[in-house]
Design a protein around this ligand. Structure first.
Ligand code: UD1
Length: 417
């Protein structure tokens, strides 16, 4: 069942519950390696990547027990083998997040280099440089990073660029280091702040997470904790963009509106009416969207993980939008598929010029990655006639129960073989 068939042309109507954030769950699961005590998590999304991370941790000797309703208990009583093999890292780049915790807890780690992926080169030099500044010895042999450190020590680290997992790696490593670590030019993403909240609950001393300077005072050991994973802002933005494109009215419960300012700004510019309460967002759209161009940027800028979904919104808008991608060099792959549905997109280096057309037409298309899949689903909801999206397994990596949630909102969508 690796294809999705969508009969387009219906507005979305109703209510959906936002899932826990994948990009918060993955680093937080790795934090379990920092303590022998249990880490009890709530609101963990049921996703392929979470399953892969669980397998990776289990292979190191972590005990994992799933409860209902997104509960997951992880306990790293002892860490048997501090190794992240290529087979797992190549399917999920976030596996490199085990590097920092393993080194801090075991004094050694062997983690495969991730290599490239469809959206471009994705180096980990900032993770490596930061850990070296904290006293680790890291050599690269046969495609693996071999890291050792008797005891990491605090350091002032100015990161060359803003990296989310890089910041998370160093923050986790610093919790058990000797002395104070200051991370400058740190990622301000809300997922970094969520990880810091979990680490603090485990006994870590962290100030400034969510800002570009994070100060971590190392402690001798961390304990167990309970933590609820924050809501997924990318999923939230995807449903909002889908409704702005297809028309209709939706209410998203369990959201964190404060993490979506840049996206909501663009949706308003496109003509959507949005009402925000503490943890709900309502969006209503009853006209053809207006073009709304943007530039991707680290948080609080417009998230690269929502770029493709908002590109689809612009394909049917009135006017022309310029979309500039500044984070990854090859993130316009869905543009080529969208053209098969009738979109008018011209690519010029890191910019896409999207001229709104009145309508898209259903066709067979292929998903290349997670965000591309979501953008094609939105296109399918909007297009006239039937759209079949192949290689839909990418969606299972990042969107919990997408088909069920969209069906409940009135979409005609089914999995086919
Ligand atoms: C995280 C997210 C991913 C999102 C991305 C950007 C997780 C699990 N994944 O990925 O969904 O698309 O942030 O918001 O949270 N870079 C280097 N050297 C490094 C690290 C990164 O040059 O050591 C570059 C990358 O090539 C890229 C940019 O920095 O151009 C940002 O990447 P980064 O923030 O590290 O992305 P991830 O943390 O992998």
């Amino acid at each position: 069942m690796d294809k999705l068939r969508i009969a387009g042309g219906r507005p979305l109507q109703g209510e959906a519950r936002v899932s826990g954030a994948k990009n918060a769950a993955l680093p937080i699961m790795c934090a379990a390696l920092l303590t022998a005590k249990p880490l009890v998590l709530a609101n963990v999304p049921r996703l392929m990547d979470v399953h892969t991370m669980t397998r990776l941790l289990e292979q190191m000797g972590v005990r994992a027990a799933e409860g209902g309703n997104g509960a997951l208990e992880l306990q790293a009583g002892t860490v048997g083998s501090p190794v992240a093999p290529y087979e797992l890292v190549k399917t999920m780049r976030a596996s490199v997040l085990v590097l920092g915790p393993l080194l801090a807890r075991c004094g050694q780690a062997r983690v495969s280099l991730p290599g490239g992926c469809a959206i471009g080169a994705r180096p980990v030099d900032q993770h490596v440089k930061g850990l070296q500044a904290m006293g680790a010895t890291i050599t690269i042999e046969h495609g693996y990073m071999n890291a050792t450190a008797e005891r990491l020590r605090g350091a002032r680290i100015v990161m060359d660029l803003v990296t989310v997992t890089g910041t998370e790696t160093l923050m986790m490593a610093a919790t058990l280091a000797d002395g104070v670590t200051v991370l400058e030019n740190a990622a301000r993403e809300p997922e970094v702040a969520d990880l810091a909240r979990c680490l603090a609950a485990m006994g870590a001393k962290i100030e400034g997470a969510g800002s570009d300077t994070i100060r971590i005072t190392g402690v001798a050991s961390l304990g167990g904790a309970r933590h609820a994973i924050m809501p997924d802002r990318i999923e939230t933005g995807t449903y909002l963009a889908a409704t702005a494109a297809a028309g209709g009215r939706i209410r998203l419960r369990g959201a964190m509106p404060g993490t979506l300012d840049a996206a909501m700004e663009k949706l308003r510019e496109a003509g959507a009416r949005i009402a925000v309460a503490e943890d709900t967002i309502e969006l209503e759209m009853d006209a053809r969207p207006r073009a709304a161009g943007f530039r991707t940027a680290p948080f609080p800028g417009f998230a690269t993980d929502m770029q493709a979904q908002f590109m689809t919104l612009n394909t049917i808008a009135e006017g022309t939008a310029v979309i500039t991608e500044t984070i990854f060099e090859n993130r316009f792959l869905p543009a080529l598929e969208l053209q098969r549905l009738g979109a008018a997109i011209t690519l010029q280096g890191s910019a896409a010029i999207v001229k709104g057309v009145g309508r898209l037409q259903g066709a067979r298309v292929m998903a290349t990655d997670l965000c591309a899949s979501a953008s094609l689903v939105i296109a399918g909801l909007v297009a006239e006639g039937e759209t079949v999206i192949e290689r839909i397994y990418h969606l299972d990596r990042g969107y919990e129960a997408l088909q069920q949630k969209l069906s409940a909102l009135g979409a005609r969508i089914e999995r086919i073989a």
